[in-house]
Design a protein around this ligand. Structure first.
Ligand code: NAX
Length: 326
């Protein structure tokens, strides 16, 4: 058996974590031969609820669960962390403007970035799930100057998986037949789900659907799926978000499928003309625990416009919190 790795999860008493933690502990994220120590962070008022979650984890008697740490102190929860899933965030309250939401979260993610910088493993792989995920990831990254910016990622895998499922439904195929799906940009309603590269059983997806469906049905459905779930369920996506977090981390740690790619919010190096330093979702491949932005994807005029719109939104979010960035 391998030596255990340390997996920190924030917002650990919340609804996404209630699905996520059990799957991490059962080996679905890092493999059935990889023991894990869960290091759980919550705010002080939620520690009692967290205790209940930890009791349930104990009661599963997971063979791979080598320990549980519970804390309201980020420097305890992130100590030597090999993986950090930043799920906890401040939700939008009544009367809160977008700017207030960005600022409230900037405070949380600055503190967590600093704590990661001070105590986490130098190779820590960070996934930000808490919204606004891309900008929260940027804030954490900027507050962790001693860590490689490539260690910080934001989750657009749920959007990617939603797009796979919509396309499979439309073409009467299985999600297993679909490759080369791409989500560009922000995890928000400006995201651009791109079908121009996607393939269904090896054939171009755009030859199987019409432009009208693509523009007026597929794109808005994927962009608005989070809101549709809230309307139907009365609560935001939880199990599917946890599943996407598992997929994102598993691919990063263990590699993407040969001949395919996934979508990840990563530090832009200027690829495709996207401003350097933004955390922007690109098509990525992963190998040996590292990710790479896929190069050479053809960008037509339609795509260029949509990629620029979501880039613009991310630049605005960054500028709105600029006074809080080091
Ligand atoms: P919940 O409100 O159920 O849970 C959040 C938990 O975080 C709470 O227990 C809260 O006490 C804790 N928390 C708040 N501030 C914290 C801090 N500073 N340190 C540690 N813990 C803290 O929300 P849940 O449904 O689990 O969603 C969590 C986040 O994921 C939200 O921001 C949500 O918007 C975001 N989502 C992101 C998605 C994505 O694709 N990137 C999709 C699903 C989800 O909407």
């Amino acid at each position: 058996m391998k030596a255990p790795v340390r997996v920190a999860v924030t917002g650990a008493a919340g609804q996404i974590s209630y699905s996520l933690l059990f799957r991490i502990a059962s080996g679905e994220m890092l493999g059935k031969d990889q023991p894990v120590i869960l290091q759980l962070l919550e705010i002080t008022p939620a520690l009692e609820a967290l205790k209940g979650v930890a009791m349930e984890l104990d009661d599963c008697a997971f063979p791979l669960l080598a320990g549980i740490v519970q804390s309201d102190d980020a420097t305890v929860a992130f100590k030597d962390a090999d993986y950090a899933l930043l799920v906890g965030a401040r939700p939008r309250g009544p009367g809160m403007e977008r700017k207030d939401l960005l600022e409230a979260n900037a405070a949380i993610f600055s503190a967590q970035g600093k704590a990661l910088n001070d105590v986490a493993s130098r190779n820590v792989k960070v996934l930000v799930v808490g919204n606004p995920a891309n900008t929260n990831a940027l804030i954490a990254q900027r507050n962790a100057p001693d860590l490689d910016p490539r260690n910080f990622t934001a989750m657009t895998r749920l959007d990617h998986n939603r797009a796979l499922s919509q396309l499979a439904g439309k073409t009467g195929s299985s999600v297993n037949d679909i490759t080369h799906m791409t989500i560009w940009g922000n995890h928000s309603s400006t995201q651009y789900p791109d079908l121009y590269q996607a393939k269904v059983a090896g054939a171009a997806a755009m030859d199987k659907v019409d432009q009208e469906w693509y523009e007026n049905d597929f794109i808005p459905t994927v962009q608005q799926r989070g809101a549709a779930i809230i309307k139907a369920r009365g609560a935001s996506s939880a199990a599917s978000a946890a599943n996407a977090a598992i997929d994102h981390m598993r691919d990063w740690a263990l590699g993407t499928n040969e001949g395919d790619w996934t979508s990840m919010g990563v530090y832009s190096d200027g690829s495709y003309g996207i401003q350097e330093g933004l955390i922007y979702s690109f098509p990525c491949t992963c190998k040996n625990g590292d990710w790479e932005i896929v190069q050479g994807v053809d960008i037509n005029e339609f795509s260029r416009e949509k990629m620029a719109a979501t880039e613009q939104e991310l630049a605005e979010e960054r500028d709105a919190v600029a006074h809080l960035l080091p």
